[in-house]
Structures are given as C-alpha cells and as structure tokens.
Design a protein. Structure first.
Length: 598
C-alpha cells in the first residue's frame, strides 16, 4: 500500500470516528488513537505498515513545537516565571525521578528507566486545556497553575527529544569543538535571520496581496529548519522550537500560527493514529490487571506528587488537590518520546507497548477523575469552607451596592471620587477577599437575604444599586428590595433583554443593559470613522437608542411568547428602517433649504 493510499485511508476513517468519539465525550487525541487501533493489526488490519505514516507524521510534532515556541513571548514567560519554572520544574523533575527510580527497582537499565520515567511525567496539554475550558476553570487558580506546568512540560520535552540521538550511540556525528562551533553559528544565524530576513520577507509578501504565500513561507521555515537540524545531527523538534521562540514577538506571529495550525493538526492526528495502530491491544486483553493497574498507579503517584508540590510552594490544599486531579494523566508527548526512543532502539517493544496503553488509558480516565473531584472531593471541603456572613457595620450610607464584580466596582470608584459613602454586599467569598486586598470595604453575604438587607440599613439608603451578575440572584434580590422597601429607588444592571424584562416585571424601571451603551458608543464611532459628521452620527445613535428603549417596554407584555416576540422584532426592523429613511429625507430637506438661503 502506498503512503498516499495509507494517508487517505487514515484521514477518511478519522473523519468518521473522531467526531463520533467527541459526541461520546472523548478528546480528539483519544479519537485518533482509537482510529489507529481500529485500522491497525489489532482489529481490521487494513492500513499497512504504521512506520511509513509515523515517519511522515513526525512533521506534525515538529510543527507543534514550532507553535509552542511562538506562544512563548518573553513578557508572558516573565509574568508566569514562578509558576512555570518553580512549580513546573519541580513537577517534571520529581515525577520523572520517581518513575525512573521505580523503573530501576524493576531492573530496567538507567537509560530505559529515565526515558520511561520522564515520559510518564508529562501530562496531556490538549486534553487538560480542553477540559478546563469546557468547565470554565482556566482562569481559576488551579487552572492557571495547570497551564504553567503544562507550558514547562512542553518546553522540557525539547531537551528530552534532543538527547535521544546522543543516547542511542548510532549517530555518526563527531561531537568535537568544530561541531559545537557550527551549532552556535547556526543558532546565531537563526537569531539574525529572524530579525533581519524573515520579517522583511513577510512584509514583502503581505504587501503583494498573495496571502497563500504566507502559508508557503511558514511551511518553508519549518522544512528549512528541519533539514538544517538534520544535517547537523540535532533534533528537528529543537530547531523548530527555537525558531518559534525567536519569532514569538514578531508582528507576523499570528499569521504564522494560522498558516501552520491546520497542517499541524492533521499531521499530529496521523501521528496519534500511527501510535494507536502500533499499540498492542492484545496485551490489554491478556494482561488487563497490568495495564489498568499501571494506569491507576500512574494517576495516583502523579496526583500525590502534584498535590505535595502545590502545597509546598504555598498553595492551599484545595488548589493543590485540584491540581493533582487535573494533571494526573499521561500525555501526548509521552507517545512522542516513547515512539522516538523506540525508533532509536532505546526503548524495547516489550516495555514501550504497555507504557503507551497505560498512558492512553490514563487519558481516557481523566474525565472520570474530574467527576470524582467535583462530586465527592470538593463537597468535603466546601462544607468546611462555609463561613458566616459578615456583620455589617452600623453605617448610614446613602448608597447600597449589591454585587461587587466588574460592574459594581466601577460605580463604587466613581462614588468614592465624589466622597459619597456606600455599603457593598457581595455573595462570593473569594471575590470579597480579593477586593479587600485593594482597600475596598465590602461585606460578605447573600444580598437577597432580608436580614443582610436590614443590616445594611436600606431603610435609610437613598439609592440601591443592583449589580449582581447572576440573573436568578439578581431577580431574587430585586424582589426582596421591591417588596420590603417599595419606596427605595433601584438602579439595576441587566445582562441582556430577557433579564431586563424580568426586572421590569418587578417594577424596576431604571435599567442599564451592561453592553448596550458601550455598543452604541462603538457604533457611533464607527459611523464617524466611515466619514459621517459627528453630529449626524450622534443623532443617528440617539434615535436608535430612544426607539430601542420604547421597543423594550412594548415587548415586555409578551416576551414569554416567542412567536409574538419574533413577529414584533420583524415589525420593529421595518419601523426603524422607515424612521431612519424619513429622518434622512428631513435632513436632506433642511440642507437644501440652508443652501437656498445662502
């Protein structure tokens, strides 16, 4: 079977199996591995020799490392330096040494034990980031720490791959002074070229308007560096990574990334399919306890190391335990490292096959680990973390702000500049602790709780600012305030039109839709940039705002009826178009009359 036929077969199968796997909750990496298992000798045995595809697909790894280098802007590395180099460095070093020691205990040679140990130390970048993004935890503390560790792992794999040819002893290269002189000269040339050749060339290509050449240039850079590193006997991945770092602050970084991304994704997919094809599924059937026990052991040991390191560097036990659960699996770079080591005959098949199955199973078990964390572990400390609501000081502030997030804080800052006192209530304990560090006087408590509202002296307040982010909590609080303090003016923030309708149902009349005014400002400035007179742009936006405010009040009566709402919106668009058309006619008539008078 030719390489072209093989590749077409792999891609066709992936188009079917990977989307189906995604619907079942499998990450794309696992979908590709499953495709390889199905097509390979384990099941259908229709895809020929995996080695040919593996050799071709290794360029996907090279492209991945180039893209990782592109992400490593100096400013970003500096901002995360402690988490990346301390937390990430400790994780890779200690976990790698632990698994290396276990390998030595089982009689493995030091080189084999180290390759296996540091390969198992890697976690799945693509899998973890996808899960954290789906659960909206990337910005949480354990999400940020996880990202930093994964970034260090991505960088750590470079020297690991680079050292494999040296360990194999098969290289014909003489590592003498002249050789290292050539290496330093080449890297110096790369630094100069990235500054004074690549950027002018990209400017020239961009000016030509032939955008497909940007893709050609990106691929040429990757292939050129690959050939150069191969000629020097160095790791192709190392050269691609270094080049990516050198271009990280280039103004054309995003064009490079966009050009390489599709090729990287497809070639990496082929790589993982080839790994799946070469995995020995019969081993899982014949020795299930070894593979399942190995996967559970891997996850348990990595969890213990990560939780311990997280706590040792100053994180809470809660953050450290979350970190351990999130990064306890093996990763795709383990496949890369094990496959590359096997190609250099550094990792015997009797060990490599079980390791690949263990890593694959650990990745498949990661969603289950997340479920254990959320359902059984987090509730244990959530109960312990519950704290009493703050006692509100006996202050007679004219303004009470419910919700002290990004919206409420801006209101508070303006009030403070005018020396107007306010009492701020916030239901998120973490948010309260955070804003207090900046000198804000905020009280922790549920703003919909009647006792807290009484403690905040709403009977003496002049204005109640409703700035709660959660719609249900906002409505509940508005209902309480409107019922027990009917004469207190409420100025409310609404996330969207539906939220505004619900507030209006409660008799709240002063409502600010959080993106409405800023969107109108942007629309007005857009008209000015397009050549409209500023006064005309302002008049147009004001007309739209007035009409939309009236429409909002009109639609409140039937916003629960979707069919009526759709019909009303269609009618409103026609009304608005007629309104603007009549205004244009009136404006042209005024201009004509003015010219006649002149």
């Amino acid at each position: 079977m030719t390489l072209l036929t093989q590749t077409a077969l792999f891609l066709g199968a992936a188009l079917l199996i990977v989307p189906l796997g995604h619907r079942l909750g499998l990450a794309a990496v696992l979908g590709y591995l499953l495709t390889g298992l199905i097509l390979g000798p384990n099941l259908l045995n229709v895809a020929g020799n995996a080695g040919n595809v593996m050799h071709f697909a290794e360029y996907g790894v090279v492209m991945l490392l180039f893209l990782i280098g592109l992400e490593l802007e100096p400013s970003r590395l500096w901002a995360l330096k402690r988490s990346i180099f301390v937390l990430g460095g400790l994780q890779v070093t200690l976990t790698g040494l632990l698994f290396t020691g276990i390998g030595l205990m089982f009689g493995l040679k030091p080189t084999v034990a180290a390759i296996a140990g540091f390969g198992l130390a890697m976690s799945s970048t693509s899998f973890v980031l996808q899960l954290l993004a789906e659960k909206k935890q990337l910005s949480a503390k354990h999400g940020r720490k996880s990202f930093a560790i994964l970034l260090f792992q991505d960088m750590a794999v470079i020297p690991l791959l680079a050292i494999l040819p040296l360990l194999s002893g098969n290289s014909t290269q003489d590592y003498n002074l002249a050789y290292f002189g050539k290496v330093f000269a080449v890297f110096g040339l790369l630094i100069v070229a990235s500054r004074f050749v690549v950027r002018p060339v990209f400017r020239l290509i961009a000016a030509s308007g032939a955008h497909e050449l940007l893709t050609a240039a990106a691929l040429f850079i990757i292939l050129g560096i690959t050939l150069l590193m191969d000629y020097l006997g160095l790791s192709m991945a190392l050269g691609a990574f270094v080049t990516g770092v050198l271009l990280a602050d280039s103004p054309y970084r995003h064009e490079l990334e966009a050009s390489i991304q599709p090729f990287k994704g497809l070639l990496l997919g082929l790589f993982f399919m080839a790994v799946g094809m070469s995995a020995d599924i019969h081993l899982l059937i014949s020795k299930p306890l070894l593979i399942v026990g190995g996967a559970l052991g891997l996850m348990t040991l990595k969890f213990m190391v990560l939780a311990g390191i997280g706590k040792a560097v100053g994180n809470s036990w809660q953050t450290s335990i979350r970190l351990g659960f999130v990064l306890s699996q093996g990763g795709e770079f383990a496949f890369v490292l094990f496959s590359t080591a096997a190609s250099y005959k550094l990792l015997p098949g009797w060990l490599g096959d079980p390791l690949i199955l263990v890593v694959t199973l650990s990745m498949a078990l990661t969603p289950l680990a997340f479920m254990v964390l959320e359902r059984w572990v987090e509730p244990l400390w959530t109960e312990k973390e519950k704290r009493e609501f703050d006692k509100v000081d006996d202050l007679d502030s004219p303004v009470v702000i419910a919700g002290f997030g990004r919206f409420g804080q801006i209101v508070a800052r303006v009030l403070r500049t005018h020396k107007i006192g306010f009492t701020a209530l916030e239901g998120d304990a973490r948010q309260v602790d955070f804003v207090r560090r900046f000198g804000n006087n905020v009280y922790y408590g549920n703003p919909s709780n009647l006792d807290l509202l009484r403690a905040a002296h709403l009977d003496k307040a002049k204005v109640f600012i409703l700035a709660i982010d959660d719609v249900n909590d906002s409505i509940k609080t508005a209902n309480q305030v409107r019922h027990y303090y009917p004469n207190l003016p409420i100025l409310a923030r609404a996330r969207d039109r539906r939220h505004a309708y619900m507030l209006m149902d409660l008799g709240v009349n002063v409502i600010f839709r959080e993106t409405f005014l800023s969107s109108l400002d942007l629309a007005r400035q857009t008209l000015v940039e397009l050549g409209y007179d500023p006064a005309r742009a302002e008049r147009s936006v004001r007309m739209f705002r007035d009409y939309d405010e009236k429409l909002l009040k009109r639609q409140q009566a039937f916003y629960h009826d979707e069919e009526s709402l759709i019909s009303s919106n269609v009618e409103a668009m026609k009304e608005l178009a007629d309104l603007f058309e009549s205004d244009e006619k009136a404006l042209r008539q005024q201009m004509a009359e003015a010219e006649g008078e002149l």
